[in-house]
Design a protein around this ligand. Structure first.
Ligand SMILES: C[S@@+](CC[C@H](N)C(=O)[O-])C[C@H]1O[C@@H](n2cnc3c(N)ncnc32)[C@H](O)[C@@H]1O
Length: 580
């Protein structure tokens, strides 16, 4: 029976193959088991590993069954205790016999673990595991198992309520923590919250706090939104005089409703009369447009949001009458999603501690190693918990580094195209550009590509410097960074490069800041800017305008951005065409 050995081999990445978990399984040519079955076993067992690590350790299984590796023990215990079909092997198979001998003890430990986690039934425990909020307890030697938890971020929707009202109703009786750390380590039932110091109306709750069925959530008074995802609307800092605003890639609508809330607060307090500013929320995908529409209505944002159902932002005509009053744009385009927490790009595996097998003498260990190697599982080089198995987001299901780079190149070309399209709106004065990606190519690479594009030069677009940003984000310490391997040369001055990077804002996942991996930068221009010369525009095959980055010569003078940078995505291998 190869299933468990093959799954163990995949989980420990015995072949040291690059790429995502999915691609490593589905592209493995010599796999005897069905790839879908291996994938399901590996992902499910990983998901349950926070619970099973404890169960296996406490049952003493690894002490008694020296031929079992921690990975095999995890996989077998998963199927024995949790899979409908049980262990997928003939009754007399050695692995099945081995694990079944310990069924009673393993079961008893699972019951104890479930009760300790406050779950009355296995179904409740399953829900907890599926929500990714399993608390990892201590290892047998008493050292705490490491696990960086992610707080539950809740944005108070000021379109329908206020922070004060929510603190005295939904969160009545909650204590205010003086930092994020106590909230992150608190249990789901702890009445502890943290008022975020950077984003107004944002609170952090313990990771397992469950408000999905609360009246406030169902009525759209509170919205679950990661802190980092609140940065773009806040950074755009819309004002009533901005008139119309575009959210170019809007579904499911978290940033749209945030934008709507900020705009409403400011319009309501300063402009009781006059033309009401509007937010045009574009969404290309028809199905996602429906979700967007629903979210906008639940949040009460339909007062100032016009959903552009199944409409491609790139097809908008910046010079049209409808777009005449657009002064601000929020761009949050599709990206690799590599910064998202809890997606299958971040499979975490907690392995039972193998220390209990250390008493084995070296001779017998060697012979066991040989046997395992023969059976297809090299002695695991895996550390004890937690083991991070890197897995790319679905959009970037890369088999190897080259495929990933190609995908990033395609994504960043699209992102740059979108950003330079936004720069064409004749009356636009500010733009935010954001991604939930951690890759330079999609982030700083696109920013530099846009800043040095002909349209940015023509219209005078520049980065919004850190000292001009809204207070909360000015205080945010993680800024942009340069990747020597990815960023092409051509920067005119190091000073300008440093200024642009300082204007870029980054968030990293897995830190004590409790955010997902994220990137945002804002661009501004002055209304008085005098165009230097028209941007070079070419038509693509469909007759659409296409930005043609062409580089500039050394003596090119651009106000405040004296640089020559090539966008990593769009310019590699392109010969400069545009001479000044
Ligand atoms: C990262 S998601 C946006 C998330 C959203 N801003 C939020 O905060 O909830 C990107 C969205 O942009 C849409 N999209 C991609 N290209 C687009 C285009 N050219 N025009 C309009 N929407 C587009 C995708 O379908 C997807 O729904």
């Amino acid at each position: 029976m190869s299933l468990y050995y093959e799954a163990a081999s995949i989980l420990t990445n015995a072949d040291s193959t690059g790429g995502s978990l999915k691609s490593r399984i589905f592209n493995k040519k010599d796999l005897k088991s069905k790839p879908a079955q291996v994938f399901a076993l590996v992902t499910e067992a990983s998901k349950w590993s926070g619970v099973l690590k404890d169960v296996v350790e406490k049952s003493g299984l690894l002490k008694e069954e020296r031929k079992l590796t921690p990975v095999l023990a995890l996989l077998l215990a998963h199927d024995l205790l949790l899979s409908k079909g049980g262990v997928a092997a003939p009754a007399n198979h050695v692995l099945k016999l081995t694990i079944t001998r310990h069924k009673a003890r393993l079961n008893a430990e699972l019951v104890k673990s479930r009760i300790k986690r406050g779950c009355g039934t296995l179904e409740q425990l399953r829900e907890q595991v599926n929500s990714g909020e399993v608390e990892i307890t201590t290892a047998p030697n008493g050292s705490p198992a490491e696990s960086i938890q992610h707080p539950r971020w809740v944005r108070i929707n000021t379109l329908k309520t206020t922070l004060e009202i929510q603190l005295s109703t939904t969160f009545a009786g909650y204590n205010k923590a003086d930092g994020l750390a106590p909230v992150i380590s608190a249990s789901g039932s702890s009445k502890l919250l943290y008022l975020d110091p950077h984003i107004p109306n944002l609170i952090a709750l313990p990771p397992r706090a469950d408000f999905a069925k609360s009246p406030a959530y169902l009525a759209g008074h509170i919205i679950f939104q990661d802190k980092a995802s609140c940065f773009p609307a806040y950074l755009l800092d819309v004002q009533p005089e901005d008139e119309d605003i575009i959210d170019a890639c809007a579904a499911p609508g978290n940033k749209t409703t945030h934008l709507s809330a900020i705009l409403s607060e400011r319009v309501d307090s300063s402009m009781p009369e006059g033309p009401a500013p509007k937010i045009f929320a574009y969404e290309k995908d028809a199905r996602r447009s429906m979700i967007l529409d629903k979210m906008v209505k639940i949040a009460g944002a339909d007062k100032n949001v016009r959903v552009k159902v199944a409409k491609d932002f790139l097809a908008t005509k910046p010079d049209s009458l409808e777009m005449e009053h657009v002064r601000a744009l929020l761009l949050d385009p599709s990206c690799s999603g590599s910064g998202i927490v809890g997606r299958d790009d971040n499979v975490k595996v907690y392995l039972p501690d193998s220390k209990s097998t250390e008493a084995t003498n070296s001779l017998s260990r060697k012979s066991k190693k040989r046997k395992r190697a023969k059976a297809g599982v090299e002695t695991p080089k895996v550390p004890t918990a937690p083991l991070e198995v890197e897995e790319s987001a679905p959009e970037v299901a890369a088999q190897d580094g080259t495929e990933l780079r190609d995908r990033l190149k395609a994504l960043s070309t699209f992102q740059l195209h979108l950003l330079t399209h936004a720069m064409r709106f004749p009356n636009a004065r500010k733009i935010t550009y954001s991604t939930c990606s951690i890759h330079f190519e999609e982030n700083e690479g696109v920013v530099f590509g846009a800043l040095t594009s002909p349209i940015a030069k023509e219209r005078g677009w520049r980065i919004l410097a850190r000292d001009k940003q809204v207070l909360g984000l000015r205080r945010w310490e993680r800024r942009g960074s340069w990747d020597e391997d990815r960023g092409d040369g051509g920067i005119a001055t190091e000073k300008w490069k440093a200024e642009v990077l300082e204007g870029c804002i980054r968030c990293e996942k897995g830190t004590e800041e409790g955010t997902m991996g994220f990137f945002v930068a804002a661009f501004v221009r002055d209304s008085t800017f005098k165009a230097a010369e028209p941007a070079s525009e070419v038509m693509d095959e469909d007759g659409e305008e296409e930005e043609e980055w062409s580089g500039f010569s050394e003596d090119d003078a651009i106000p405040s951005e004296p640089a020559t940078v090539q966008s990593p995505a769009s310019t590699k291998g392109k010969k400069p065409k545009h001479k000044r």
